[in-house]
Design a protein around this ligand. Structure first.
Ligand code: 5GP
Ligand code: MG
Ligand code: MG
Length: 178
């Protein structure tokens, strides 16, 4: 285990098993819909790459980068588009792939912006859900794990751009960011 990690919350095996379950459900719901699966960079990139392999129906992928954080551990509420989609979403069934929903500000902004571009439907799949952090009401359509109100890293999730490559998810020692 990495020395900056206080304890592991989800092992690589637990994560992969859960992704298999999510992928099977999503495949059922999106058979014949050719969904546009949108990865929210950078946190969701590991989840995206494992998830799409388990959604065994035709789909397309695109990538978007938005930011609400900077290097702090708390959401600023200010959302910026850093990289936009290459694909038009009009009339498409869109599935947003997120790493974690905390305040909900990022996803609520993103969902509204895709609906304004006339997507046929917009759903959200998040690997982690932190319901205690919500500042705006938003419920992911598919959610991997509920997590407590602690700052977690690994499997795509960073602190100041570090720890994304850990294959498991853990809680960072508080002295690392305080
Ligand atoms: P929200 O807008 O829902 O507050 O924040 C969503 C984004 O904040 C996530 O996509 C993620 O990048 C970041 N975030 C929220 N909670 C955590 C956490 O516990 N750990 C890490 N590493 N990032 C988080
Ligand atoms: Mg994210
Ligand atoms: Mg981050």
């Amino acid at each position: 285990m990495h020395n900056d990690i206080k304890h592991i919350l989800f092992t690589e095996e637990q994560i992969q098993n859960r992704i298999g379950e999510l992928g099977a459900r999503i495949a059922q719901d999106y058979a014949d819909k050719n969904p546009l699966v949108i990865c929210v960079l950078k946190g969701a990139v590991l989840f995206m790459s494992d998830l799409v392999k388990r959604i065994e129906v035709p789909l397309e992928m695109d990538f978007m980068a938005i930011s609400s954080y900077g290097v702090s551990t708390k959401s600023s509420g200010v959302v910026r588009i850093l990289k936009d989609l290459e694909t038009g979403v009009e009339g498409r069934h869109v599935l947003i792939v997120e790493d974690i929903v905390d305040t909900g500000l990022t996803l609520s902004y993103l969902r509204d912006s895709l609906l304004r571009r006339d997507a046929a439907s917009v759903r959200i799949v998040t690997l982690f859900n932190k319901p205690s952090g919500r500042k705006i009401e938003i419920t992911p359509d598919y959610s991997g794990f509920e997590v407590p109100d602690e700052f977690i890293v690994g499997y795509g999730l960073d602190y100041a751009e570090k720890y994304r490559n850990l294959p498991y998810v853990g809680v960072l020692k508080p002295e690392i960011y305080s």
